[in-house]
Design a protein around this ligand. Sequence first.
Ligand code: PMP
Length: 422
Amino acid sequence: MPEPDRKTSGPTPTSAAATGTRLDPWFGAYAERTHGMRASEIRALFAVANRPEVVSLAGGMPYLDRLPLDVLADIAQRVVAQRGLVALQYGSGQGDPTLREQILEVMRLQGIDAHPDDVVVTTGSQQALDLVTRVFCDPGDVVVAEAPSYVGALGVFRAYQADVVHVPIDEHGLVPEALDETLTALAAAGRRAKLLYTVPNFHNPAGVSLALERRPRVLEVCRRHGVLVVEDDPYGLLGFEGDPRPALRSMDDEGVLYLGSFSKTFAPGYRVGWVVAPHAVREKLVLASESAILSPSNASQLTVSTYLQTCDWRAQIKDYREMYRERRDAMVGALAELMPTASWTVPDGGFYTWVRLPDGLDAREMLPRAVTALVAYVPGTAFYFDGRGADHMRLSFCYPTPERIREGVRRLAGVVAGESEL
Ligand code: PMP
C-alpha cells in the first residue's frame, strides 16, 4: 500500500502518528526526513535510570572528577581577561589556527602526519559526523557500518535518509573479507556505498579493536570499491596496554576522513572535536559547517588550546587510562564471578563491554525489570539499523566507581537469573 502523503492527507487516525497530529499542529509541515528522526524508545526509562539509587551502566559519560577544576577555572578566567575580544567574537569557520596545530601534535601519537590546513574543528565529533553525512549522502545512499555501530552515528545517517548496511565484526574488529563481500554484493545490486563508517579503536559498543594486520586490508578493500572511510576515533588514546595503535588515516591520506575529539581525553563540555580530510573534501566540510554554525566556539577552542599549551595533557590521559582500566577490571571481574551464563568482550581500552545474554533472553524486554532492580544498560537493538541486537546489551564502565560497577553487575545478574527461570 502506498504511504499516505503526509503533507496533504495526513496520517490515518489509527496510526501512531495520529497522536502526533493532535499534539502537534505542525506535524504535516515537517520535511520527509524529519519523520525518520525518533527519540529512542528507551529514553523515558533513562530518566528513571538517572536517579542516584540506580547504578547506570548505560551512559557513555566520561568520569571528570579527576580533572584539575581549579586550574581549568584559572584558564577560563585568563582566556577572557587576556584574549576576551577574540574568545567572545565569531571566529574562523575552519577553526582556530593555533588549536589546529596542536591537534596535529595529538594525532601524531597515532602516527598521523597532516597539515593544519587539513583540519576542520567541529562542535564535538558528533558535528563532524553530521557534516560528513550532509556532504556525501543523498537519501537512499548506502553507508556501510559495523554490526553493531555507535547509536549516535546511526541517528545521523537516519536523519539524512541514508541506508545503513551492516558488516560483521569479530573480536579483531571489522572482517575485511566480509566487507569485500558486502561491497561486491551492493555493486552487483546496482547500489554504490558512499562511506564506510568505522570505529577502529575500543569500539562503541562492541569494545573490540581492529587488528593491526587488518587495517591495510580494510583500506585496500575500500579503495578498490571507491568507498571513503570515515574513521571515528574518540577513544584511540585511551588504551589500557601498550602504545596507541596507528590510525587508518596514518596509512592513507586520500581515502580516509579521520574524526577526533577532546570529549573523552579531556572533557566533553567544551564540545571540541575535529575532522581531518583531503583538501577538496575539507573545503566542502568548512562550507557545510559555516552554513550550520558559522564558526565553532572561539571561547571553547581557546580554552582547550590554553589547556594543551599549559597543562600536562599527556599525564591527564594517562590518569584517565589507569582509572578506566581499573573500572574495566571491575566490570569483567564481576561478570566472570556473577554472570557466568553470559559472554562478553574484554576491551583493552575505551568505555564499553558488549555482553551476549544467555540464549532466549531479550535485552530490550528485560530492561524495565532491570531498572526496577535499580540497574540500567543499553539494549543491543540501539546499535543496529535493522532491529537486530536483542540478545546483546552494552555495559559502560566509564562513569560508576569500581564498587558501584560490581554492585550494578550483581543486580543485573539477579535479573538475568530471574529471566532465565521464567
Ligand atoms: N563517536 C563515538 C564512537 C562516540 O562514542 C561518541 C560519544 N559517545 C561520539 C562520536 C561523539 O562525541 P563528541 O561529539 O562528544 O566528540
